[in-house]
Design a protein around this ligand. Structure first.
Ligand code: COA
Length: 159
């Protein structure tokens, strides 16, 4: 994992985060299959909300992944987590998640929730391996650009 650094997202980062989302979730099929792309303004608005924070992972100074999360009282929600394809299965996603969990625990959160597409098998395997449990199903949670809707699993883990 040499060269990996994790830092807080700042007001300078919405363009980077939006570009990473577009690469990971972009394209009609991918967008309907695994996640949502937010434009730069949407990321900036989200980062300005109370309790919200973002993390950027860099490898040798280049963005390799990012995470967006929100905490309210003793509950927290993981809104987005992604690692660029060539950097996957190298512990980057786990390192981002660990850093976020530490942050949320220190701020008083006790449970972390997330939604993940039922057919996003890579992410489901990742969250299973990271101690999340299935807590429910959200029918038609994602609506892709193609109009196809997909169910999401609600997952939770203790912090
Ligand atoms: C989910 C994601 C962030 C994981 O990032 P990562 O850097 O590959 O994760 P790590 O290397 O820290 O952890 C990998 C572990 O997760 C599990 N895992 C991840 N991808 C897997 C896959 N395709 N098949 C099986 N297990 C997988 C395994 O336990 C793996 O450990 P191993 O490599 O020792 O077998 C990454 O796959 C990704 O960016 N996916 C696209 C975006 C996305 O779907 N995000 C989630 C939206 S809710």
């Amino acid at each position: 994992m040499s060269g990996l650094e994790i830092r807080d997202a700042t007001y300078l980062d919405p363009a980077i985060i939006s570009a990473l989302m577009s690469e990971a979730f972009g394209g009609a099929e991918k967008a309907s299959a695994i996640g949502e792309v937010w434009d730069e303004a949407a990321v900036a608005r989200f980062l300005s909300l109370p309790g919200v924070f973002g993390l950027i992972a860099t490898v040798s100074g280049e963005p390799a992944g990012c995470l967006l999360a929100r905490r309210a009282s003793d509950e927290a929600e993981l809104l987005s987590l992604l690692v660029r394809e060539p950097q996957r299965r190298l512990g980057r996603g786990g390192a981002l998640l660990d850093a976020a969990c530490r942050r949320m625990r220190e701020a008083g959160a006790r449970r972390l929730y997330l939604e993940v597409g039922v057919d996003n098998l890579d992410a489901c395997a990742f969250y299973d391996a990271r101690g999340f449990h299935r807590a429910g199903l959200r029918p038609n949670y994602y609506r892709g650009v193609s109009g196809r809707s997909r169910d999401a699993l609600l997952m939770v883990r203790a912090l």
